[in-house]
Design a protein around this ligand. Structure first.
Ligand SMILES: Nc1ncnc2c1ncn2[C@@H]1O[C@H](COP(=O)(O)OP(=O)(O)OP(=O)(O)O)[C@@H](O)[C@H]1O
Ligand SMILES: [Mg+2]
Length: 471
């Protein structure tokens, strides 16, 4: 059922069309002039307009032009006894869906109307879908425009539509749970539960009853049946966090569930069929665990059907500024304080190695906002490990702090610091910077890409040119 407005100065035509489309169960109104039609549409919009072109006060083309201003999506069919090429062209330009010449066969007009309504329906559906997608995008709030994150977004979109098990790997705090939720939210399972469970936080027996449930009397204290998470997340998604922490016995049980798509609650005789999508995550190197024999190879292949690898923050330093901005907004909104951040502070944050990744950055900003009194986060309000982070000093002193260091992170950071220094000294001249570092230009470029600082060389060069001109 659609809302249709008929516009014609001929009373006979208005009556005929009102009758025909009223009988087809549409809500029909009629106007005797373009001017009257505009009034009626302003009071109450329509889905479709069937309008004459030649009318005394405001002709159909002029009316359509005015309508498009406030009803951009309305479907329009023009009819005229004087079908001039010019009028038709003008009507189409203004987005009329069709054009019919009087006198016409009423069945032909009915067909044209049907087609136009179908198109309108598709358009509306598409809009609603896009809006829903945008909503979800906002909910997920995954920040980062680096190429590594772009690849992650693509993977999320690809795997959202399929049923396969996904394995998300990445260091602590890289956003594994966030990505798991995004996959669920973009999947057809979005209206069903997303159930996260930390496999490392339970003893073997507890984990089993958490995952698969139990029946009354299965063990002391089991006074009633209880659903497991697999069942609770039926038609939805279960997120097995820290899957690398599962005991060998649980690994076997999980493998069976994935193979058979059935679970057996503790103490039950019958198995239950389940339709639960599994997303697993780990910050351990499962492949290495397979080699050591601590993680089952068959289970590894089962869960790693589609792997998503999240980069550590130190490998996407170009995202740090966006993340700072994002967390700043978040905590400013939470605390009601007005706080911004100095350039020097951002620079320090960009150069730190972030062993705790995005979570550590988030906590750093949270703390800085909470403690800030001046309204601007200065380096003094940042944690010592950030402000005193000097890889060169650590390397020359060979001091290994008691709490240990993240060797990979330090070496990466050290590499970047040397490259930045070489570029600064050579005003961004890559050939000379490569010489200083005893590298081939090609290797240097490779490293610039790796650290996401290739653009910097151009900037340094133009800065140098600018300085030269000023001097
Ligand atoms: N790209 C990102 N954009 C915005 N926030 C992020 C991003 N990545 C991570 N975060 C935030 O960092 C915090 C840690 O993320 P999450 O819990 O998903 O990490 P994790 O990989 O599951 O960590 P762990 O291994 O310690 O469980 C969360 O508050 C999350 O919102
Ligand atoms: Mg997590």
């Amino acid at each position: 059922m659609a809302k249709i407005l008929i516009v014609d100065d001929e009373q006979g035509m208005r009556q005929l069309l009102s009758l025909v489309f009223g009988r087809a169960n549409h809500l029909v109104r009629a106007a005797e002039s373009g001017r009257r039609a505009l009034e009626m549409l302003r009071a109450e919009p329509a889905d479709l307009i069937i309008s004459d072109v030649k009318m005394p006060d405001l002709d159909g083309i002029e009316m359509l032009r005015a309508v498009r201003e406030f009803l951009p999506d309305v479907a329009v069919i023009m009819m005229t006894a004087f079908a001039t090429v010019e009028a038709a062209r003008e009507a189409f330009k203004l987005g009329a869906d069709d054009f019919i010449q009087k006198p016409f066969d009423i069945d032909e007009l009915k067909l044209i109307v049907e087609k136009a309504l179908e198109r309108l329906h598709l358009l509306q559906e598409n809009r609603a879908f896009k809006r829903a997608q945008r909503e979800r995008g906002r909910l997920d709030q995954i920040i980062g425009r680096s190429p590594r994150m772009q690849a992650v977004y693509q993977m999320i979109e690809t795997v959202a539509g399929v049923q396969s098990t996904v394995l998300i790997t990445g260091e602590s705090g890289t956003g594994k749970e966030m990505v798991a939720r995004a996959v669920h939210n973009l999947s057809p399972r979005v209206d069903k539960p997303f159930m996260p469970i930390n496999c490392g936080a339970f003893t073997e027996t507890l984990l089993e009853s958490e995952l698969f449930g139990y029946v009354r009397g299965a063990f002391t204290g089991a006074t009633a049946n209880r659903k497991g998470l697999f069942e609770a997340a039926d038609k939805g998604t279960i997120f097995l966090d820290e899957v690398g922490e599962m005991s060998p016995t649980m690994q076997v049980k999980l493998l069976r569930v994935l193979q058979e798509r059935k679970v057996r609650p503790v103490g039950a005789h019958e198995e239950l069929a389940i339709d639960t999508r599994v997303i697993a995550a780990t910050n351990r190197d499962l492949q290495a665990m397979v080699k050591q024999g601590t993680f089952r190879e068959d289970l590894f292949y089962r869960i790693s059907v589609i792997p998503i690898e999240l980069p550590p923050l130190r490998e996407k330093t170009e995202d740090i500024a966006d993340l700072i901005e994002h967390f700043l907004q978040k905590f400013v909104a939470q605390t009601g304080k007005t706080v911004n951040i100095s350039e020097k502070s951002v620079e320090l944050l960009e150069h730190y190695s972030w062993p705790g990744n995005v979570r550590e950055l988030e906590h750093t900003i949270e703390r800085a906002v909470a403690l800030e009194r001046s309204g601007t986060i200065q380096p003094e309000s940042l944690p010592q490990q950030v402000t005193h982070y000097s890889p060169a000093r650590i390397a020359s002193a060979f001091d290994l702090p008691d709490e240990g260091i993240n060797l990979t992170a330090h070496l990466e950071q050290l590499e970047k610091t040397y490259i930045l220094e070489a570029l600064r000294r050579t005003n961004g001249n890559q050939t000379r910077a490569a010489e200083v570092l005893h590298l081939s230009v090609r290797s240097l470029r490779h490293l610039l890409d790796k650290h996401g600082i290739r653009n910097l060389t151009a900037q340094l060069r133009s800065d140098a040119v600018g300085r030269g001109a000023a001097e």
